[in-house]
Design a protein around this ligand. Structure first.
Ligand code: M6R
Length: 649
């Protein structure tokens, strides 16, 4: 996954591009680059540079010597339009330093990219923008060109030479091959040649004020303002400049100038698209005084859960009208197939326990990457539920398409409005978490849990499994969850203190039963993804089938126990690991004080109905992960090798 931004307008582009890329660093951060169109009256001048990890070239339009990369300064005074490209390995700050925060790359039209390597190691040559050998075209790309090798081989035979190991460079050369003065035609031809997913930002050197963009199965938006027009992979990149955006429909091409935006379909016909207003405030996409986005987002959970739950409850009843399914249609659902990746998959695991108890509907849970290839056998009235924060996760999107192809109704539980899953699902249930920036999901996870509870209650009522009194009791408790999360956050110092003792652990295990097992899975993933400590979660009953042999002196085992009927069983499992030398952290509800007879340290969460306990136990587990990673001095928001939204397979 990578981040794209582009600007054409009345201001200098490079500082705007760098600003936007900073907001997109969560999507990838191993290298970055910008390409800025030069009108040709005068070249660039006086750029700061010198970082060994960077490179800078100016690409001219249709020059005879087009193959040569000019060193810095050689373009000064040029009268031909050209494209200046500056790229750097490493975090965005390296590119900032090289370009004096963008000031040394003049020009009012440009594109930028922050990379998460897929094809080819992180390096200057593999970083974007990529450009055609004759330097007429520069391209930034998010996604994967699946048939790039085939294209590369063919183009190589035709005399094109490749500099990088990337799939993207094949697109730059293809565009160059097909470009004969009409960018839309060239792009459309490329669309017919490439397979895979792409969001592309494109500059043609002989069209200095114009940006072209196109997307297939990778997100890309267009924004407009009085000062100029933008493209971006995600809203926060341009929120400082505009709230007036259009989520580019799949397979559409866009042409942007400083004053106009035109959309085209793949047949090169102009089409109309609508813009909508983004109503998040900029603050919501910034750190707002917190050290990290992750901590800020943990603290935003009460609001996010409240925003997700309250509009769907009125006078004690759950309102699922937005699904576009009548009560009869809901009652007819005979089975639910849940599909997701990562943390969203853990939400599905929680949903299995919750929905089966509340609505007595069988729930199957699959990892999206498995579901999409396993040719599933499902009953006729199965409702497929795809859960995704970004709405762009490649495997989840493919699973959705597979389910639709097989003729099933698909419900998307999605956070990003207008994302691919939201658009392609038959019904959407939005989680109102707001923008989530940290790679480790926290508030989106909590809102997904809330969405699943609402669905379970609505289904339970439609099927007559629970009555009005139970519905009222459950909805009242749902509305109290935000306040209970706030109470846990007030005790964060106890968790911080504990986490500091274990930040140098080699392995940490999580155990639980039933719903607490689902929470353990999430606690373990949270910890490992940001602290790089090996961690696994087990259904506690499984310990004796192998895992217990891993327990040795001093190893931390986190036992989650909130379910009354399983409490004693979990306590026994904790005794088993403790007697083999483990240090035991218990996470349970206030009142379960016998936990202290076994656990070396206990964290209590407020009491709630057992079916909602996962919403509370996850909070100390998130804080534990956060403080352990912080204790190790790691970059909490941008863990190594990970990206916020996995838009490639
Ligand atoms: O955007 P999605 O919810 O579809 O993303 C799914 C996973 O990639 C995501 O939950 C991932 O596991 C997180 N990094 C976990 O914190």
């Amino acid at each position: 996954m990578c981040g794209i931004v582009g600007f054409t307008g009345r201001q200098q582009a490079a500082p705007i591009l760098l600003d936007g890329l900073e907001k997109l660093e969560y999507r990838g951060y191993d290298s970055a680059g910008i390409a800025v169109a030069q009108e040709g009256a005068a070249g660039y001048g006086g750029a700061a540079r010198g970082a060994q990890s960077g490179s800078r070239q100016t690409a001219g339009a249709a020059r005879p010597e087009a193959q040569g990369e000019r060193p810095e300064g050689s373009g000064a005074g040029s009268t031909e339009p050209s494209i200046e490209i500056v790229k750097a390995k490493g975090r965005l700050k390296v590119l900032r330093e090289m370009t004096d925060d963008g000031r040394s790359v003049p020009g009012t039209c440009g594109i930028g990219h922050t990379r998460w390597a897929t094809h080819g190691e992180p390096s200057v040559v593999n970083s974007h923008p990529h450009y055609a050998k004759n330097k007429r075209v520069a391209v930034v790309h998010n996604g994967i060109i699946e048939n790039y090798q085939e294209i590369r081989d063919r183009l190589t035979k035709e005399g094109f030479s490749f500099l990088s190991e990337t799939d993207t460079e094949s697109v730059a050369h293809l565009l160059d091959k097909y470009y004969a003065g009409n960018p839309i035609e060239a792009i459309s031809k490329v669309m017919f040649r490439v397979r895979g997913s792409y969001a592309l930002g494109i500059l043609f050197a002989d069209r200095p004020g114009e940006i072209y963009a196109v997307r297939k199965d990778s997100p890309l938006i267009v924004g407009r303002s009085d000062q100029g027009n933008f493209i971006a992979s995600d809203v926060p990149a341009i929120l400082k400049y505009t709230r007036d955006v259009c989520f580019i429909p799949n397979l559409e091409i866009v042409k942007l100038t400083a004053a106009e935006i035109h959309f085209y379909n793949v047949d090169q016909e102009e089409v109309e698209e609508t813009f909508s207003a983004i109503n998040w405030d900029t603050e919501a996409a910034e750190k707002g005084g917190f050290a990290h986005f992750m901590l800020k987002e943990i603290y935003e959970q009460p609001k996010a859960v409240r925003d997700t739950v309250s509009p769907r409850i009125s006078e004690g009843h759950v309102n699922l009208e937005e699904l576009g399914m009548s009560r009869e249609e809901l009652a007819k659902v005979s089975r639910i197939q849940m599909v997701a990746c990562g943390s969203a998959y853990h939400v599905c695991m929680t949903a299995k326990y919750m929905v089966e108890q509340t609505a007595r509907v069988p729930v199957d849970v699959d990892l999206a990457s498995e579901f999409r290839y396993r040719n599933p056998v499902m009953e006729k009235d199965t409702l497929v539920v795809v859960v995704s924060q970004s709405g762009e996760t490649a495997d989840s999107l493919a699973a959705l398409r597979e389910a639709k192809k097989l003729g099933y109704r698909v419900l998307g539980i999605v956070n990003v409005v207008g994302s691919s899953i939201a658009r392609e699902a038959d019904s959407v249930f939005y989680t109102w978490a707001g923008p989530e920036i940290s790679v480790a999901t926290t508030k989106a996870y909590s809102t997904q849990l809330a969405a699943v509870y609402l669905l379970a209650i609505g289904l339970g009522r439609a099927k007559g499994v629970i009555g009005e009194a139970a519905e009222k009791e459950m909805t009242a408790e749902l509305l109290r969850l935000p306040e209970k999360i706030e109470r846990i956050l007030e005790e964060k110092e106890r968790i911080q203190w504990f986490a500091n003792k274990f930040s140098h652990s080699k392995d940490i295990f999580f155990i639980g039963r039933g719903l607490d097992y689902a929470s353990s899975l999430e606690g373990s993933l949270k910890l490992k993804e940001i602290s790089y400590i090996h961690s696994e979660a087990y259904a506690a009953g499984e310990l004796k089938h192998g895992t217990i042999s891993l327990i040795e002196d001093g190893i931390l085992v986190v036992g989650v126990a909130t379910q009354k009927s399983l409490f004693e069983k979990l306590i026994s499992n904790m005794v088993e690991v403790k007697s083999r030398g483990a240090y035991v952290l218990g996470v349970t509800s206030y009142g379960n004080y016998s936990m202290e007879d076994v656990a070396n340290y206990t964290i209590y969460v407020p009491k709630t109905m057992e079916c909602f306990a996962a919403s509370l136990t996850v909070v100390p587990l998130q804080l534990l992960a956060y403080y352990v990673a912080l204790g190790k001095g790691l970059d909490v928001d941008k863990p190594r090798n990970l990206a916020k939204s996995v838009t490639v397979e």
